[in-house]
Write a protein that binds this ligand. Sequence first.
Ligand code: BEZ
Length: 168
Amino acid sequence: MSIKIGDTLPEGTLMEYIEVEGEGCSVGPNAFKVSDLTAGKKVIFFGLPGAFTPGCSNFHLPGFVKHFDDFKARGVDAIYCLSVNDAFVMGAWARDQKTAGKVRLLADGSGAFTKQLGLELDLTTKGMGIRSQRYAMLVDKGVVKQLNIDASGKIEASGAETLLKQLS
Ligand code: BEZ
């Protein structure tokens, strides 16, 4: 069963590649607890199948980067992008996509958190193993308030524009 509106996000540990040392973080992969990422905040989590894949690089991630200020104006404190990739790949993708200060790219390298959400996507036939479905969630103080999942290969429900309209 997958996560639904009204559920509290499960606890998990996600990794972020930090570029600049500070605030208790060192350069390289740093671990963050989901409970700390959500405590007292209204945040967006969106998941996608993989860093550097065409749909994710050309549409899904850029949509949230582009609309960062619009989300902020609607009371969103942080935007997190999750993928079943390692933190080094996510760090390189963050540099490539110039996400700094807008979207934090979080690695769920083993897919454990994605599995807890029940939002895995089996891309074994594409040589990619178990990845993440495309989804976008609005999470207020750890509780899921909005959940948009794209069942097919499309980027519609899980795109930035859909969530933005729901927040307007
Ligand atoms: C994409 O273009 O986003 C994509 C390509 C292959 C597998 C999954 C996603």
